[in-house]
Design a protein around this ligand. Structure first.
Ligand code: GCB
Length: 736
């Protein structure tokens, strides 16, 4: 039988040029500098060491070490002997320490998160934290044991094929081992136990059993989990034992009607998650995982895209337990690397091997926005074909998927390589108008009615310090984020063919290359702030759409100072009607679908209360003379009003002209080019490199320079500078 020994304490961490410090795992060395902006977090090779006494091993027992996540490239030494090397910071691996063990031991793990051209990710909009951020454990096993090393395998693979109508499932159980003669499988059901035995042949054992009267794993409504155990036997003696949970469910995806779970329509509506948190980096423990899941449950989402890499097993376990359907993926992202093919294949093989038994996972993501800064070449296509074939060879039960960048042509040969497609669209935030999201999907669906299409990312940044009575794209206000999501939610609800939709993102997360919207080092598209606690107003819009728990939420609680004689009070609720009270007196009752808007005259300080049945929320607002400058991104001056004041002579160039026209004139191209480079720099290196994308350039050419400037935001290009740019452009005469 095996013994698991947690191995988190008494490590020493050594970064070149610094003295060693004692650390407890999980640990990352970028918890602070990876979140504070500047794209200057330390990336290099650091070393973790741990001294330990030889664990007691009897009768040829072996000692393995497991690292559930070691970022990014790891080499493990015991007493100076190199025992394992692993490339990829998000999947687990194990090493057999036995042969190198002495009475007193020094374990050394050398970790490297520096830039290279081989290991994904190398370019992406998130911080590539380095460290032993998911802890470590020792596993002591008998000489003959279930597989531990190959691709970080759990040793057991469980494939349920479920017929939800007949309430029957054929369960195939397989194990791999280096010895023993027979494996005894046991499935615990509500009625008792089902036991089946299989002989070990060439290191593998396998049985298939039928479960009758099966209780389904039925999404958030009833995510019932079965437990299976495998015992490795020799001459009737149990040598090793492992177990895993599994769920019995079936699903299909229809290009017209979307996702079906266990035979019923089950539209997948949810959010994406990154694995980090302010102050902690990615060194999370079970406490943080559970807190994150509680937020998902409050929201009422029934799906999570666990982006952009393999997440912790603990988190997939929580998804299994709460019935949240998962899109799992590897970090083959943004930029294709000629030398990265093997690593992409390795990371996919490990993802599928390690995560196969989770009923929550329904698809394997091959790549994300890979065309954002790479042309779609034959090499890129062929890498995707190989990844797809690998996934198919390992898993006959789940489709493959890719998340595409909006500038990827709808008829690109990349799209049909995977079974499913989804697009990341940011019309209404980075550029373009909100309606373009609707148009985009309608056109795709018209062009390819037989293809499955989904909405893998959409979002708008919001800083809860910023507020506006006239919210505008690019102002980072909570109110614009609300308007943005109100539009997209309608877009989604009107398009049941979208097989899955995922808000980008549930939480603000670290992207050290970013410096925008009043915060350095963060992507602020979260519905919840980076503390994972402060919920932005837009959170409650989705809660109103998805949660069954009745509530009323008053928007604008942080928007205390109102400069208008009549202010808008918005309530998000899943109740049918909401009554607003002004200073204790009933003001108005409205019926609406999720979004209740009241126009309230104000003069001084007012108590606002929203009530539905016995649910109520209160807040205070007050009338002020001028807009509170602290509410405005960029501080002084309302950017929006400011733009309206610019007057131009149409015979000369101006910011009102199309970006393409300004770039076509050598006199204006230099001025405009420099400004756009500055704007994209504030959004990190992904935006900078995407700026080179041909399709993106074409799309931008058709937009007015003014609209691009607005989107860039006042912090990056202040109003005075825009005025100066316009003055310069106005000196260049247009040709007849
Ligand atoms: C994307 C990427 C994601 C970014 C997001 C953004 O398309 O897939 O990693 O964080 O856009 O916010 O720009």
């Amino acid at each position: 039988m095996r013994t698991i020994i947690p191995f988190h304490d008494n490590w020493q961490f050594l970064k070149p040029g610094s003295a060693p410090v004692p650390v407890t795992l999980p640990h990352t060395w970028n918890a602070i500098d990876g979140q504070d902006g500047g794209n200057d977090y330390w990336r290099g090779t650091a070393v973790y060491t741990k001294a330990f006494a030889k664990p007691e091993l009897s009768d040829g027992e072996r000692c393995f070490i497991e690292f559930p996540g070691a970022a990014m490239t790891a080499e493990v030494f015991l007493n100076g002997r190199s025992l394992a090397r692993h490339e990829g910071g998000y999947s687990a691996f194990r090493a057999d320490l036995t042969e190198a063990l002495e009475n007193e031991n020094l374990l050394t793990v050398s970790l490297d998160n520096s830039a290279n051209d081989r290991v994904y990710p190398q370019m992406a909009d998130f911080t590539f934290y380095g460290g032993l951020y998911r802890g470590a454990k020792l596993i002591l096993v008998p000489a003959e044991h279930f597989e531990l090393v190959k691709d970080g395998s759990p040793g057991i693979k469980i494939t349920p094929v479920t017929d939800p109508v007949r309430k029957e499932a054929l369960i195939t159980l397989e194990t791999w081992q280096n010895g023993g003669s027979e494996v005894q499988f046991e499935i615990r059901t509500e009625e008792g136990s089902l036991i089946a035995k299989a002989a070990v042949e060439n290191g593998r054992a396998s049985v298939s059993v039928t479960l009758e009267n099966v209780r389904l794993w039925d999404g958030v409504d009833d995510p019932y989990l079965y437990a299976a155990t495998a015992k490795l036997l020799k001459d009737g003696v149990v040598l090793d034992e492992i177990s895993s949970r599994f769920g019995c469910r079936s699903f299909r995806i229809d290009p017209e009607k979307g996702f079906f779970l266990n035979g019923r329509s089950y539209p997948l509506r949810g959010v994406s998650r990154h694995q980090d948190r302010i102050g902690l980096g990615n060194a999370l423990s079970m406490k943080e995982h559970k807190e994150d899941m509680e937020v998902v449950r409050e929201l009422g989402a029934n799906t999570l895209r666990l982006a952009h890499y393999q997440h912790a097993q603990e988190f997939y376990d929580l998804c299994d337990e709460y019935g949240v359907i998962v899109w799992a993926e590897i970090p083959y992202i943004t930029k294709h690397m000629t030398n990265g093919k093997q690593n992409a294949l390795d990371q996919l093989r490990e993802l599928i091997t390690q995560c196969y038994n989770h009923p929550s996972i329904v698809c394997w993501g091959l790549s994300n926005e890979i065309s954002a800064s790479s042309p779609v070449t034959e090499e890129l296509l062929s890498d995707h074909r190989e990844l797809n074939a690998l996934a198919k060879s390992m898993d006959k039960t789940r489709p493959t998927v890719m998340a595409h960048a909006f500038m990827l042509e709808k008829d690109s040969p990349l799209i049909p390589i995977a079974d499913l497609a989804s697009y990341n669209l940011y019309f209404g935030w980075y550029l373009g108008e909100l309606e373009q999201n609707d148009e985009f999907f309608d056109e795709y669906h018209r062009m390819f009615p037989d293809r499955v299409i989904g909405f893998s990312e959409y979002g708008a940044d919001a800083n809860t310090a910023f507020h506006s009575a006239r919210p505008e794209q690019g102002d980072y206000s909570e109110e614009y984020q609300c308007l943005y999501h109100e539009h997209i939610l309608k877009c989604i609800e009107a398009r049941p063919y979208l097989w899955a939709t995922h808000v980008w993102n549930l939480f603000d997360f670290a992207a050290d290359g970013r410096d925008e919207g009043g915060k350095r080092g963060q992507n602020q598209k979260g519905l919840v702030e980076f503390d994972h606690k402060t919920k932005k107003d837009a959170f409650y819009l989705y809660k109103a759409a998805w949660s069954k728990e009745a509530f009323v939420h008053l928007c604008g609680r942080r928007f205390v100072d109102r400069a208008e004689a009549e202010t808008e009070i918005k309530v998000y609720s899943n109740c049918e009607s909401v009554t607003l009270y002004l200073d204790g007196k009933e003001f108005e009752t409205k019926s609406a679908d999720k979004v209740f808007i009241f126009k309230v005259p104000i003069s001084g300080r007012h108590e606002i209360k929203a009530v539905s049945g016995n649910l109520a929320e209160e807040m205070t607002i007050r009338r002020v003379e001028n807009v509170n400058p602290a509410y405005l991104f960029g501080g002084a001056g309302n950017v929006v009003n400011w733009f309206d004041k610019i007057e131009v002579n149409p015979a000369f160039y101006s910011i009102k002209d199309k970006f393409g026209a300004l770039m076509a004139n050598s006199g204006t191209a230099a001025i405009v080019g420099r400004i756009m480079a500055k704007a994209s720099a504030s959004r990190g290196e992904v935006a900078q490199s995407a700026g080179e994308n041909k399709a993106l350039k074409q799309m931008m050419a058709g937009l007015s320079f003014e609209s691009l400037l607005k989107k860039a935001g006042a912090n990056v290009i202040p109003p005075e500078q825009i005025k100066a740019i316009n003055d310069m452009l106005q000196k260049v005469k247009k040709e007849e």
